[in-house]
Design a protein around this ligand. Structure first.
Ligand code: AMP
Length: 447
């Protein structure tokens, strides 16, 4: 099936081409026609399944087909409620990308940032609002938001909104909308409160169920290295000495980070190229072709640039930075282990990323195996960091006694945070003991 079969209009198809989406994901195949037909929808699916486009594309199509008289103020015709600021911003970005060839305005209303710009956007008129409940309620109380014209409501990650204590806010928001509307409801789980909400909000919904992303994580061999930020490139270079890693996709948080990592690897004679949004389409395609035909061994990418990259035979994914959105982790590692390959995902965690690690492990429902016995153990420490890792250690059966990295049986790094000098100043990595590299089979702990 392709997007054309879903009866999407030309400007949307063109935008999807630009995003390099080739074919709809299962949830998109099922949800898009149902929503275009005006049905309510209950989707049991998590982020990482293509859920955003599954609701955003038909919304964009339905709204863009309505005549809006010129010079009249735009009204909020679709509201998308989502639990976190990061998700809201991500959804807004997606909607902007999918509707780039259409005349629609989308804005996000989230906490933690100044309210003034959001007020201005609302006053100027907007078609689609993506919001977290708390800030939206504030703006409703201050009379900045009118929800009387909402035709399509999306409740995204309803179970997480419940967990985060937003459910009453959500109910208050819904009470401000017309009863006659289309409602699209997404939740990965069905606690009783959610089941009740579904009962009261949805009318004859079409049900779409997609295997949760957490199951992706189960078939992939995942390991985690605690390492100081400035030693990450050395650790990566060290691990890539393993010739069994034929090709690897390395994820970085930023474009500059991607360039830096690619430069660092090339300096160490490991062929690498970076792809990110600042590179021209030709440069990106060139890098991708080189990677696919084996001319470059390592592709370094940001999440945005990695979208739509279709590489089947990828054995290793490296998370040079841990993502702050836990679903992104699952999505990244899901790029390996396809086509029957045994996928291996290796993550580096610096001190500041420890909270992200906790979120990721909560989402996938397990502790990622730590590799403690490596040449660049983390030295950065602070009271909060000790508390964090003590907790992580507890989950692993107390193997590391609250140290940032635990001593392995037979390992060599019974490092004491703060005592071991950082190697940030340069110098060659000390030679690893045989068997202490994850890729040669040793040094694992705490599954
Ligand atoms: P979501 O589950 O909506 O967060 O989507 C996960 C990721 O998949 C995002 O990076 C999307 O841009 C990407 N994506 C969504 N649909 C497709 C598709 N049909 N083809 C390729 N990538 C997609």
């Amino acid at each position: 099936m392709n997007f054309r079969d879903l009866k999407l209009i030309a400007p949307i198809l063109k935008a999807l081409e630009k995003e390099a989406y080739r074919a709809p994901t299962p949830i998109q195949e099922q949800a898009i026609p149902a929503v275009l037909d005006g049905n309510d929808l209950f989707g049991c699916a998590q982020t990482g399944t293509g859920k955003t486009a599954a609701f955003a594309l038909p919304i964009i199509q339905l709204l863009s087909r309505q005549q809006v008289r010129p010079h009249t103020l735009r009204r909020i015709r679709s509201l998308i409620l989502t639990p976190t600021r990061e998700l809201a911003i991500q959804i807004e970005e997606n909607i902007r990308a999918y509707s780039r060839f259409l005349d629609l305005r989308c804005t996000s209303i989230v906490g933690g940032v100044s309210q003034a710009a959001q007020e201005r956007a609302l006053q100027a008129g907007v078609d689609i609002v993506v919001a977290t409940p708390g800030r939206l309620i504030d703006l409703i109380h201050q009379q900045h938001v009118d929800l009387q014209h909402v035709q399509i409501l999306v409740l995204d990650e309803a179970d997480r909104m419940l967990d985060m204590g937003f459910i009453n806010d959500v109910k208050k928001i819904i009470a401000r909308m017309p009863a006659k509307r289309q409602t699209l409801f997404f939740s990965a789980t069905m606690p009783p409160e959610i089941a009740q909400l579904v009962q009261t909000l949805l009318v004859n919904p079409v049900k779409v169920e997609i295997t949760p992303v957490s199951s992706t994580a189960e078939r992939i061999d995942q390991t985690l290295y605690f390492v100081d930020k400035e030693n990450k490139i050395r650790l990566l270079t060290h691990l890539l000495q393993d010739p069994s890693i034929v090709s690897a996709l390395v994820f970085t948080r930023t474009k500059h980070g991607a360039d830096r990592v690619a430069r660092g690897l090339n300096k160490a004679n490991i062929s690498a190229q970076a792809i990110h949004g600042d590179k021209s389409q030709n440069a990106r395609q060139g890098a991708l072709n080189n990677f696919k035909n084996g001319a470059t061994r390592v592709l370094v990418a940001t999440d945005i640039a990695a979208r739509g990259i279709d590489i089947d035979e990828l054995s290793h994914v490296f998370n040079f930075n841990l993502p702050n959105i836990p679903e992104t982790y699952v999505h990244r590692i899901g790029r390996t282990g396809r086509a029957g390959l045994s996928g291996i995902a290796v993550s580096f965690c610096e001190y500041e990323e420890i909270p992200y690690l906790k979120d990721i492990e909560k989402l996938i429902g397990r502790t990622i195996a730590r590799v403690d016995d490596h040449p660049f153990p983390m030295t950065q420490t602070a009271p909060a960091a000790k508390a964090e890792t003590a907790q992580a250690g507890g989950k692993q059966g107390g193997a590391n006694n609250g140290r940032l990295t635990g001593k392995q049986p037979g390992g060599h790094n019974s490092q004491q945070p703060g005592k071991q000098p950082a190697r940030a100043g340069g110098g060659q990595p000390p030679k690893a003991k045989s068997g202490n590299n994850r890729f040669s089979g040793g040094g694992k702990s705490g599954r």
